[in-house]
Design a binder for this molecule. Structure first.
Ligand code: PMP
Length: 443
């Protein structure tokens, strides 16, 4: 579909009626939507004017098995025909939700064994905070209500998840945040200990962290950090929650990101890759220990539940998605292709003066843009937005991160990517850095 009239008509309707998530409104009002996508196949998206682009972000870090997988459409249609929806409140259940909960218990680290389903990551995080707080009430320690997160974290946009999000622009957007959220410095166990000491361990319910920080700029934890976090949480009786919304389901080259650090959390939030974006689903897994304690201590109803908790169609899609991830060895591919991508980034680093540090863990990665490689000094104003728009012209989309003085490109291509597709990505980046680099010299 590339009829000029249709494109124009949709652009106008978009401007007039569509309030976009996490988008600059004034830019949309002035220029319209940057792309109206119509089709996806593998690592590629096609937009209305016919341009084909590499989806270097798996859209929102979620289309792990790539676009256009008809098997998922077939499973969704079959489940919708059979039973599109039924409730899971009041102990009602359905087969896909039960089978998915059991499958998750099989693949999750350690003794994580029971799942509370949501429709996405923000709801999963809010659920984890509420379950943690409720747990301490049941345990007779109702003062343990505070949630500690980290300064560069992103946990979503519902009130609880925004409040736990350490990235300041997200919190500043709200006029107020929910009470009882506190922030430790990124990767600093000293800072975590300071927060615990300042607030008092007996007021803290849980600590939450992403195994690899995604939206904050793809920051990979240093060796030993999560082991120390687990020890500190245990010593102070604090529950440890991991947010695997981005890092789950093969993204980092293991099933879950925390596996790199040989640590098991008490609760684990997930979303995105569980269905590769083919249906809206998320959830929180809790350990068998917590599950048993809930079962033993809770006498009333668990007064938390979304209409779509355990949605049959979404759960059926997730089961098929996990089957594909396993059958096609996509976790091993993520690990291998992550190494190929890093080689590509290193080649670019040698060729372009403005590339500083590069890093990947599986198929999540970043390129730092610097004015001076020796000192890591940044440009006065971020360069990455120019790189994003120049790369898009050449057929590659990815994301820029400019919070907290960062000038960072981030990538998370579909786990089905091949070496030649990575070459294509790296070649486009090479041309993009050359084009933007030339303009910088002229300035
Ligand atoms: N946690 C993390 C680590 C995320 O990256 C995101 C979304 N990018 C969320 C939570 C929120 O998920 P959702 O947008 O599905 O609510």
């Amino acid at each position: 579909m590339n009829n000029e009239n249709t494109v124009q008509e949709l652009m106008e309707l978009d401007k007039k009626h569509f309030l976009h998530p996490t988008s600059p409104i004034s830019q949309q009002q002035e220029n319209g939507a940057s792309f109206i996508f119509t089709e996806g196949q593998g690592i590629y998206l096609t937009e209305m004017n016919g341009q084909k682009l590499i989806d270097g972000m798996s859209s929102l870090w979620n289309v792990n098995i790539g676009h256009g997988r008809e098997e998922l459409g077939e499973v969704a249609a079959a489940q919708m025909k059979k039973l599109a929806f039924s409730s899971c409140f009041a102990t009602f259940s359905n087969e896909p939700a039960i089978r998915l909960a059991a499958k998750l218990a099989e693949i999750a680290p350690g003794n994580l064994s029971a799942t509370f389903f949501t429709s996405g990551g923000s709801e999963a995080n809010d659920t984890a905070y509420k379950l943690a707080r409720h747990y301490w009430i049941l345990k007779g320690q109702p003062n343990r209500q505070k949630i500690i997160s980290r300064t560069k974290s992103y946990h979503g946009v519902s009130m609880g998840a925004t409040s736990a999000t350490g990235l300041k622009p997200f919190r500043d957007f709200n006029t107020s945040i929910a009470p009882d959220f506190h922030y430790a410095e990124n990767f600093s166990t000293d800072s975590l200990l300071e927060v615990i000491e300042r607030e008092g361990a007996d007021t803290i319910a849980a600590f939450i962290a992403e195994p690899v920080q995604g939206a904050g700029g793809v920051h990979i934890a240093p060796e030993g950090y999560f082991k120390a976090v687990r020890r500190i949480c245990d010593e102070h009786g604090i529950l440890f929650i991991t947010d695997e919304v981005i890092t789950g389901f093969g993204r980092t080259g293991t099933y879950f990101g925390i596996e790199h650090y040989d640590v098991v959390p008490d609760m684990m939030c997930f979303a995105k890759g569980v269905t590769s974006g083919y249906a809206q689903l998320g959830g929180v897994m809790i350990s068998e220990t917590l599950h048993n304690e809930f079962a033993e201590l809770s006498k009333g109803t668990l007064l938390h539940g979304y209409t779509y908790s355990g949605h049959p169609m979404a759960c059926a899609v997730a089961l098929k998605n996990l089957e594909i991830i396993e059958k096609e060895n996509l976790i091993a591919n993520s690990k291998q292709m992550g190494e190929v991508l890093l080689e590509g980034f290193k080649k670019l680093q040698q060729q372009h003066d403005i590339i500083g540090e590069v890093r990947t863990l599986g198929l999540i990665g970043a390129i730092e843009v610097v004015k001076d490689k020796q000192t890591n000094e940044r440009f006065e104003s971020p360069i990455v937005p120019q790189l994003v728009s120049e790369a898009a012209k050449r057929g590659l989309i990815f994301r820029s991160v400019v919070f907290d003085g960062q000038d960072t490109l981030v990538f998370a291509p579909p786990l089905v990517i091949t070496p030649s597709e990575i070459d294509e990505m790296v070649n486009i980046l090479d041309e993009t850095f050359t084009a933007v680099g030339k303009n910088l010299v002229k300035v």
